[in-house]
Design a protein around this ligand. Sequence first.
Ligand code: ATP
Ligand code: MG
Length: 346
Amino acid sequence: MPIPIVQIRDLTKIYIRDVIGTEFGQLKIRLKNRKVAALQSLTLDVEEGQIFGLLGPNGAGKTTAIKILMGLIFPTSGSATLMGKPLGDKSVKSKIGFLPENPYFYDYLKGYEFLSYYGQLYGMSAGERKKKIPELLERVGLSHAADLPLKGYSKGMLQRIGLAQALLNDPRIVFLDEPQSGLDPFGRKEVRDLILSLKEKGATVFFSSHILSDAEMICDRVAILNKGRLINVGALEDILSTRIKTYEIEAADMADELVRDMEAKSNLTLRRKQSVLFSMENQDQAIGMVKKIIDSGGNLVSFIPRRETLEEYFFRKIESKTSDHRTEIDRSSKSSSLNKQEDVNG
Ligand SMILES: Nc1ncnc2c1ncn2[C@@H]1O[C@H](COP(=O)(O)OP(=O)(O)OP(=O)(O)O)[C@@H](O)[C@H]1O
Ligand SMILES: [Mg+2]
């Protein structure tokens, strides 16, 4: 078995915030330590060549996990490896692409200049940049904007130039923090296609999202996070296919009596001009109804087993966790070793 390209083991991150303090010269009095468990014992693997979605609502810990993997902040405890090497390994950094959640753009640089600047940071020669940058601009649909200053870019265009930046070094793995945020449905589709094309070229894509329908279309595996805790991880087929939620039956030319019978058994009935749509949860009942429609001379328009979408799965799982205790831990007790773990970004 090849080593997973990302291995995360028991990763925990506690942020300290709302520290109300008074400073007297060097003396700092802490009145209260409020700690936020942004990640709690996260363990997961990502296989090379896959599209992996880290999913969860706001505040779930997605950005925190990605920042730790990128070496931007340090975990409170636990560990992780990228390409089998511990975090921070220099040989790994050059093989990674990264699009942060809120990338900072130098407003006065033009699209081409921006990519050229990053290309220089990656150590690309002038020749390499001249070849690579137009290719990338084309790939993200920004060829026309190469000479426009970034301050004239729309949110979607900025997101796309950020993606181009993340791909400059032909990374073996790309980390994209909410790559579809701020994009209209068309822009989201473009990002989806781009992610799929990266996979086709053999790259691994690790992205975070709360746009679940996008994740559903492209991810090989997903991890679902809520309040810093892993709720589930696995192949989408395994997570979703086991659960057919409802059976939708659309039929026409039915006797009134049968319509009433079905209405009583279904949890949703919609009457249309030509047909009636029923939705039922029970498989046997649904199949029985289909038989009745056909036997009574009715016209079966469609019979669709509707499996749970990732969105529905996600909300069901998260609802069932609402009784979990909150991640905020108010502490007024004496400092523990956790007190030392400050976010280096503030
Ligand atoms: N620098 C910080 N200092 C203190 N608390 C923080 C800091 N960064 C994040 N948090 C808290 O940690 C938790 C996880 O935040 P994180 O940004 O990782 O979530 P997220 O899943 O990326 O959310 P979103 O979907 O909104 O981007 C939240 O409760 C957040 O308020
Ligand atoms: Mg985030």
